[in-house]
Design a protein around this ligand. Structure first.
Ligand code: BLA
Length: 526
């Protein structure tokens, strides 16, 4: 995108959101040259907030906007700390601050300078915002809230409980109307997996959204900076003056800024959802974005203080750590469960009083082994099935398709993509996992479209969704849900690597049982 080019639905993944040249006006941004403490850039609202016109203070010492004491405090702090982020915020008492006062939080960081500009002079970014925010919490109560949250996380027995605890504690701490845990799948489509909300709001739990709602450059930024607050979606952005940082000739990189002005497309999205304030916290696994804690406020602007936000961010990173451990644990449980199921199936398959297909479909074990909706067995010349499966002709078509792949193991999570003609005769089947046994015998599992598992949880046309003048709903989560529906139509939940391994292990048992059964038949014939 060239500067000034309007952002729309097609080019939004190219919007350079880390260099908007603008900040949210809840605070003031100042850029100071470290060597001499002089101002290189200021946000235009420095005039309204601190009573100093940009023209009058640019090139002048920081003390001219902050007063001598506060300026000295900032520069001393910067000089003494290499890791500024861990020591934020620095609380200042200013003579003049137009806003909630009198204390102001100064949040300091050193911005990434030009890629090629290794020689660029170090600068310091100072962002000032009201220290109290909308929800005054003293240090002890913030600390106690965090401590209580951690002990609850410790007690959570499942991932689901952990998500619930985190959303509840983040809501208690920050006072947002709705706090959601939003989890990405491998393609970055998202699902709301937990939620704490004001009692009168509709639930978003279980809703899915397409990857395009949070474009790739935004996800990349959120892997570097773990929290962002849009305290009022109706804000008038304050430009950073001058546009280019004099030492680099480039606009200031706001990757690590707390006041960064956000994408206008996203603001429209939020307004259409009826959201007045939004905050989100990155959830990471091995440094990659795994999900977000997404917070909404509807009643009006919402501005939790920097300290409260940092505590919420800390709860998010605790969740990230717990998550990896918990996911490993749940995987372990699932593997030992599957091993028990396999043992039952192996025993059943040796029951020679019944044909193999009957012996292994009599119980629910076969379906449960890989968490399928149904299973079809073609063995010893007969077709048997269990659970939700298509009719006999369609089942035979699925068997034929599996055999045609000429592999011992066949899997797809989208039959319509993999074999449109077979999908046409087997409506509703989206996922297929098959194992091929000797002499064209087959066991296959089917899964429904994932859509069938989606629950709107209340009236989808809820009143929170605003409409544009012409009456259409644009960029709302409802519309996004529709787009997600198009994207995932014909897909099942994917078969995990563990599940294909379980299928392969079952294949080993069945090959053996078929061999034993074959020998018995031979003996009987002799
Ligand atoms: C950013 N989109 C975001 C963010 C969220 C969502 C959580 C992070 C910013 C924030 O904290 O508000 C999406 N929010 C959701 C979803 C729900 C929610 C899915 O509450 C569901 C309940 N967005 C679009 C389209 C485009 C787009 C079509 O829907 C582009 C054409 C862009 N979204 C977009 C951009 C950002 C964004 C550019 C980055 C905003 C920024 O940080 O500057």
């Amino acid at each position: 995108l060239r500067p000034g080019e309007p952002v729309d639905l097609d080019n939004c993944a190219r919007e350079p959101i880390h260099v908007p040249g603008l900040v949210q006006p809840r605070g003031v941004l100042l850029v100071v040259r470290e060597s001499d403490g002089r101002l290189l850039q200021v946000s235009a609202n420095v005039e309204q907030r601190l009573g100093a016109t940009p023209d009058a203070v640019l090139g002048r010492p920081l003390s001219e906007v902050l007063g001598a004491d506060a300026a000295a405090q900032v520069l001393r702090h910067a000089a003494s700390a290499t890791d500024l982020a861990s020591r934020n915020p620095l609380t200042l008492r200013l003579d003049r601050w137009d806003g909630v006062g009198p204390d102001v939080d100064a949040v300091l960081h050193r911005p990434p300078l030009l890629a090629g500009g290794t020689g660029a002079e170090p600068v310091l970014v100072v962002e000032l915002e009201a220290a109290t925010g909308t929800r005054p919490l003293s240090f002890p109560s913030t600390y106690l809230a965090a401590r209580q949250a951690l002990s609850d996380f410790e007690r959570a027995a499942t991932l689901g409980e952990l998500y619930d605890d985190v959303s509840r504690h983040v809501r208690d701490l920050t006072g947002f109307d709705r706090v959601m845990i939003y989890r990405f799948d491998a393609a970055y489509n998202g699902e709301v997996v937990a939620e704490a909300r004001r009692g009168d709001l509709n639930s978003f739990l279980g809703l899915h959204y397409p990857a395009s709602d949070i474009p790739p450059q935004a996800r990349a930024l959120y892997e570097k900076n773990w929290i962002r607050l849009i305290s009022d979606v109706d804000y008038e952005p304050a430009p950073i003056l001058p546009t280019a940082l004099p030492t680099t000739g480039e606009p200031l990189d706001l990757t690590h800024s707390t006041l960064r002005s956000v994408s206008p497309i996203h603001l429209e999205y939020l307004r259409n959802m009826g959201v007045r304030a939004s905050m989100s916290i990155s959830l990471l696994r091995d440094g990659r974005l795994w999900g977000l804690i997404a917070c909404h406020h509807y009643a009006g602007p919402h501005e939790p203080s920097y300290e409260v936000r940092t505590t919420a961010e800390f709860l998010g990173s605790t969740l990230s750590v717990r998550l990896v451990a918990q996911a490993e644990e749940e995987r372990g449980t699932e593997v030992s469960r599957a091993e028990r199921v396999l043992a039952h199936l192996a025993a059943d398959s040796r029951d020679e009083s019944a044909p193999l297909g009957v012996a292994i479909t009599r119980s629910g074990w076969l379906r449960r082994l890989v968490r399928a909706d149904g299973a079809v067995v073609l063995a010893e010349g007969r077709l048997t099935s269990v659970g939700t499966v298509p009719d006999e002709d369609a089942s035979r078509a699925l068997v034929a398709w599996v055999l045609a792949q000429e592999a011992e193991l066949v899997s797809t999570d989208s039959l319509p993509d993999a074999a449109p003609d077979v999908a046409a005769v087997a409506p509703g089947v989206a996922g297929v996992l098959g194992i091929v046994l000797p002499e064209g015998q087959v066991v296959l599992w089917v899964r429904d479209e994932v859509l069938r598992h989606v629950d709107w949880g209340g009236d989808p046309q809820n009143k929170e969704i605003a409409r544009t003048e012409d009456g259409s709903v644009r960029l709302s989560p409802r519309r996004s849900f529709e787009r997600w529906r198009e994207v995932v139509r014909g897909h099942s939940r994917p078969w995990t690597e563990d599940q294909t391994d379980f299928a392969t292990a079952l294949r080993g048992h069945l090959v053996e049982s078929l061999y034993v059964r074959g020998r018995r038949d031979l003996r009987a014939a002799e």
